[in-house]
Write a protein that binds this ligand. Structure first.
Ligand SMILES: Cc1ncc(COP(=O)(O)O)c(C=O)c1O
Length: 334
């Protein structure tokens, strides 16, 4: 091509030189950004899914899936979904009918799916960020498959961490990817702000050509795609995952030794189950001692949880410091 008039890089800028890979300034529906197809394919392959596609974020991926899949559908949404699922459900072109089901209640989903059969699209977070429990995935997969309905899963918390090669919650739970539409952010385990969508080949192809964000939003940035590609190809990944599991175990066991009940296994996110006042006191007490934690309002329990996100690069000293700080603050509060 000698004259290309499809890019909107009006002032002729590419990417900053440091990033090394150019953004094309063209919608993904015209051309996949550099590296996108390979990275998506590798994730899909590891899962045994039919095909994969990259999206700018989990929200973009979910909107595209629902816009393409849920025309004339009824979206069944967990009452305590992560906010982006709710936004995506309401962003479909004509505004799909959205009905909420009780938190993690497979029997409720079964009754609703029975009423709408093939028109039902069940949307679920693989893990609830509020109570850190897994969705009853095997049951939802069985309910949707037997009714010819669709199951759409946001697996952002477990992608890269759970399952063989970090393939995610379905692999970890022994649930097939055959008819799942799966979305996950790469921003957590892999530190790459880009999302992956996988699913049956036909659905992914329809998504690739009809997903509204593929036409109307900027594609996933090439630099983030390169970051994700490098992370999933990192030869130290097995060692990183082992170290993450060991750190998670150490912190959880240490907290148990202090007499604290924790939520969250097997994710590397650990919440201390204490009353709100104690959670807030721990949070500020830890911060004063140089230990940063999160005080998370759990939508499903209505409580505040003191939460630790554990990482593979935490040192033994980091874990010990956190435990000593918790112990110190609890002793002072007693
Ligand atoms: C369940 C879930 N989905 C999606 C996201 C965000 O996705 P992204 O990084 O693609 O914006 C988060 C971030 O906390 C999350 O917990």
């Amino acid at each position: 091509v000698s004259a290309d008039f499809t890019s909107a890089r009006f002032l002729g800028f590419g990417m900053p030189a440091s990033a090394g890979v150019p953004n094309l300034g063209k919608p993904a529906v015209l051309i996949e950004p550099p590296g996108a197809a390979e990275v998506a394919h590798r994730v899909a392959l590891a899962q045994g899914a039919g095909a994969g596609l990259l999206a700018r974020s989990a929200l973009h991926g979910l909107i595209d899936i629902l816009a393409v899949t849920a025309t004339d559908a009824v979206v069944l949404l967990d009452e305590h979904s992560y906010p982006i699922s709710t936004w995506a459900a309401h962003a479909t072109k004509k505004g799909a009918e959205v009905i909420t089901y009780r938190h993690h209640d497979a029997d409720h989903v079964r009754r609703l799916v029975k009423a709408f059969r093939r028109r039902a699209v069940v949307l679920a977070d693989a893990w609830c960020a509020g109570c850190l429990r897994a969705v009853p995935l095997a049951q939802l997969a069985e309910i949707t498959a037997s009714a010819g309905a669709r199951l759409v899963l946001d697996d952002s918390l477990a992608f890269g961490v759970l399952g063989r090669d970090g393939c995610g919650t379905p692999g970890w739970a022994g649930v097939s990817h055959d008819s799942l539409l799966w979305v996950a952010s790469g921003a957590k385990a892999y530190g790459a702000a880009v999302a992956v969508v996988t699913g049956p080949r036909r659905d992914v192809a329809r998504n690739a050509s009809l997903g509204p964000n593929r036409m109307h939003s900027s594609p996933a940035p090439a630099s983030e795609i390169a970051t994700l590609g490098a992370a999933i190809g990192d030869r130290h990944l097995p060692a990183r995952r082992r170290r993450l599991a060991a750190n998670t175990r150490s912190l959880r066991d240490g907290l148990a030794c202090l007499g604290l009940r924790t939520l969250g296994g097997p994710l590397p996110v650990i919440a201390i189950d204490v009353v709100d006042g104690v959670a807030a006191a721990l949070h500020s007490g830890l911060r004063r001692r140089g230990v940063q934690s999160l005080l998370v309002r759990s939508a499903c329990s209505g409580r505040s949880l003191l939460t630790f996100c554990v990482r593979a690069d935490h040192t033994d000293e980091d874990i010990t410091d956190a435990l000593e700080a918790v112990s110190h603050v609890l002793r002072r509060a007693a």
